[in-house]
Design a protein around this ligand. Sequence first.
Ligand code: ADP
Ligand code: ZN
Length: 739
Amino acid sequence: MYATVIVDIANGAVDRGFCYRVPEGLTVALGQHVLVPFGQGSHVKEGFVIELSESSNLPKGVLPKDILSCLEPYPVLLPEQLSLANWMKEAYHCLLVDALRLMIPAQLRGGRIHEKRERIVALSEEAPAFSSKSAIQKDVVALLQKTGQPMAVKDIKAFIPGAAPAVAALLKKGILSEDRFTVYRKPSYGKVTDLKPELTEEQAKVLRDFTQLPGGETALLYGVTGSGKTEVYLRCIEACLNEGKGAIVLVPEIALTPQTVGRFSARFGDKIAVLHSRLTAGERFDEWRRIRLGKAPIVIGARSAIFAPVEHLGLVIIDEEHEQSYQSESTPRYHAMDVARRRIRQQNGRLLLGSATPSLLSYYRAINGSYRLLELQHRVENRPLPSVLIADMREEFLSGNNGIFSSTLLSRLKSTLDNGHQAMLFLNRRGYSTFVSCRACGYVLCCDNCDISMTYHKAQNAVRCHYCGAKKPLPRECPNCHKPFIKQFGVGTEQVEEQINACFPEVKTLRMDADTVTKKEAYEQILSAFSRGEAQILIGTQMIAKGHDFPNVTLVGVIAADTTLNFPDYRSAERTFQLLTQVSGRAGRDKMPGQVILQTYLPEHPVLKFAQRQDYPSFFQYEIAQRKKSLYPPFSLFIRLLLTGKDEEELQLRGKAYAMELEQALYAALTEEGKDDLLLLLAAPAPIARIQGQSRYQILVKLLRTKRLPAALHAVYDFETAHRDDGYLKIETNPQDMF
Ligand code: ADP
Ligand code: ZN
């Protein structure tokens, strides 16, 4: 018997299978984690068995080396995971080993984590003959008689301090017998009471439609906030379990709170396993093993849980499917949704994407028929959607209010607090201070070539376009209304809190942003303090947009609803709509109706109007038309090649040479017929031209999405391979941002 083994070394030169002999007496299966001698010096390396065969594929006369041993008694990789890794290698142009590493706990490699075994003792057949002068020995025997079953030694020690020598003595006398068994270290799942409600008609229809979907297919569940999507997920999982299959549920990392997990655990108990970044290494390993060994057929986790070793995978659910966190930002740069689609096709399972604000791409696919569109249009028990008011900050300014808060927001805050309710104030700080606009007319300074807002650079007191590099000084007056009120914005959560404390001195506030949440527990602490009512107002960045449910929150204020709208990115409208809908959904989750106030300098902007009505379908129609007009995704694909290096001049020269070479390669791949598919190839210093002493240069490629796209992508990947060892290059397809 021969095995093809890939060694666990991330290096393109050895990223392939090597032939080994399976020695007599060793049982080796596909996916087994093994030790092998490798290379000239036959150093012992870890590897994975990726193929088994009857014959050696080495040239005649070359004898294969022997596999030394297996590291675990079971294969750590399922056959379908091996094939998934091979697919990833092609699709994301990554090393096979890098893909395989995603599928096992990191500490398994290098033997850094082990099973935890616990000693248990039981009364033996000799026990009735027991007599002793030792009081503590008598206590131990009495305890075991009372419980009537074997006990862990550590539990006995908890009942009877200092019992260890007595247990040892009893074992020696043969009064006790000893055993060892594996224990699973388990994270706490959070507790909620589960009432399993009767489904609404809408929910029942969605469940029916989804469970009747043919295998291998994907459905998009578009459901307004509070429409009961999670209950639908729970029922889909139940149906999947009844078919004897397993399920993976992905939620954004930040939403993986005890509250979320608690809902699943209350329904499915021990059948669930949880994978997220706050687990200890031991917990992660044990949760992974419970999945691998079939004890937990339901996995709930963040992005990388899509690689969990669930056998007979019947269902994948991706909640908040529009979230950016499903895109990995490190190699392999996979998107969890693409991996999920691959897995369910392979296993004939089904994929359910859910959101109140679907990504443009998913909704586009749904109305074009490649996904099945399912809808929940109403909140459960006909609770009303929150009513949304737009506060026009231009008017406020012209009538003499130059503070952060509109008079509308202040008066609503007051009545909310008077009623004993809570409020949330939301400020999207990221990129907040960077755009330039006129406080009198709302005009936003845009690039002449790009139709994208320009970014303020404090050091030069100038504005720049992050897409084409155009630059101009900060104007003294508004080019539109000629008043002198044009300036960059600069308000942070701290300032909001200060002013709230000034307006409402007796009111307790909590603040949550990157400064106050330096540790992961702090996030939980702040949210639970707020939910216990220890403060009346929670002020925060997008971190407060999801996660907990706060039944007592009836008012949500968005300090500057248009900030993300002016973000220099073609996705800014989509992200703004998503954010505003999400934040609005925080208000009035329980029986009391909610109120939302959006403060803005652009009250008639269509995106704000759609957000006010919480009308996703109309927003979609508007935005997809914009994308089509400018040939932005989903009609095209952006690829960014980022070069970094110490020497700026050398980098520029190299960047220009790369751009020329890449352009030729792309034209060759697209052929004469497709030469217009290359919409843009732009080589310029990156928007942030220098980070930590490194110069940055980028080549931005925009390709029309046609049948020739795969060929073009291959050309880009071949280009990357050819230059892999130059030490300059990083390639991102569909980059999340382009700084
Ligand atoms: P979504 O995920 O769409 O925002 P949830 O699933 O969290 O909505 O549901 C909102 C609230 O309604 C939850 O408190 C949930 O327990 C409750 N709920 C869901 N379905 C029903 C139902 N059929 N009957 C009564 N209450 C329900
Ligand atoms: Zn520009």
